[in-house]
Design a protein around this ligand. Structure first.
Ligand code: COA
Length: 256
């Protein structure tokens, strides 16, 4: 368990809140564990008709905890890694997933949105996927979903150059449904979730199943995960993680 994920069940809506604002909601193994368990449990919980993902503080999430990446790269981490369970549970969820995003959504913070069925962005939302900047590869089936959603050229640019996309661009390109002022973000997301919760759950699940092939997504996640695990152990990745810890830009040209 971790206090860094808050869960709330009310009126058929299961809300999962990233609650580590002092670290910009960077996601740890323990947090992924709680998120995965919650998504899996929701599948058989009739009271969880809709799932809402949101973050406390000024950001949705700054993505995977980079310190944990570094620890894995150094071989200092043993035991079960929950991130794969979380990503698979997202891809396989039959429940409507609603996201409410303010500020930055980095890495998995953005790729998880590609699994959400309804994405509400605050005007200040900034989506980025700087996987190559960290000498890694994109995950969560985003190598399939992102080019499908926004086209190969834009997806390649996001994955490699890592620049952030603003809220209105994300909406125009079909990553998000709505852009609202920051102070209306959670009300808007809650309103959408409440509408979805009143719809016939069986019909929602069947519609979602027809719209996305969980088996194809899971296979893509498998291929990405293997490559990601290999990349974590490279000298390039070590340079990226060291640079983050030392608060300096990485210098990949010095890596042989
Ligand atoms: N992993 C671990 N710690 C993180 C983190 C992450 N992904 N993102 C932020 N933090 C920590 C910072 O190290 C800092 O900790 P400290 O107060 O102990 O020094 C704290 O959260 C606040 O972050 P800071 O960088 O000061 O905030 P900012 O508003 O200036 O910048 C970001 C926010 C998200 C732009 C910046 O923190 C960042 O680039 N983080 C890394 C994002 C990333 O590469 N994620 C992985 C993607 S695959």
């Amino acid at each position: 368990m971790t206090e860094h994920i808050k869960t709330e069940r009310k009126d058929g809506i299961f809300t999962l809140t990233f609650a580590r604002p002092d670290k910009k909601n960077a996601l740890t193994n323990a947090m992924y564990g709680v998120l995965a368990d919650a998504l899996i449990a929701a599948e058989t919980d009739p009271a969880a008709r809709v799932i809402v993902l949101r973050g406390e503080g000024d950001m949705f999430t700054s993505g995977n905890d980079v310190g944990e990446f570094a620890a894995i790269a150094a071989g200092a981490v043993q035991g079960e890694r929950h991130v794969s369970r979380f990503i698979r549970a997202l891809a396989q969820s039959t429940r409507p997933l609603v996201a409410a995003v303010q500020g930055r959504a980095v890495g998995v913070g953005t790729t998880m949105l590609l699994h959400c069925d309804f994405v509400v962005l605050a005007e200040n939302a900034l989506l980025s996927t700087p996987f190559v900047n960290l000498a890694l590869v994109p995950e969560a089936a985003s190598t399939l979903l992102m080019p499908l959603r926004i086209g190969h050229a834009r997806a390649y640019e996001m994955f490699t150059l890592g620049d952030a996309m603003d809220a209105n661009t994300a909406k125009d390109l079909g990553i998000a449904n709505r852009v609202v002022p920051l102070d209306r973000l959670h009300t808007e997301a809650a309103g959408v979730a409440a509408r979805l919760a009143k719809l016939p759950a069986g019909s929602l699940a069947a519609t979602k199943r027809l719209m996305r092939d969980a088996a194809v997504l899971t296979a893509q996640i498998g291929a990405e995960s293997q490559c990601f695990a290999e990349r974590l152990k490279t000298a390039e990745a070590r340079e990226a993680f060291t640079a983050f810890a030392e608060r300096r830009p990485p210098d990949f040209m010095k890596v042989a």
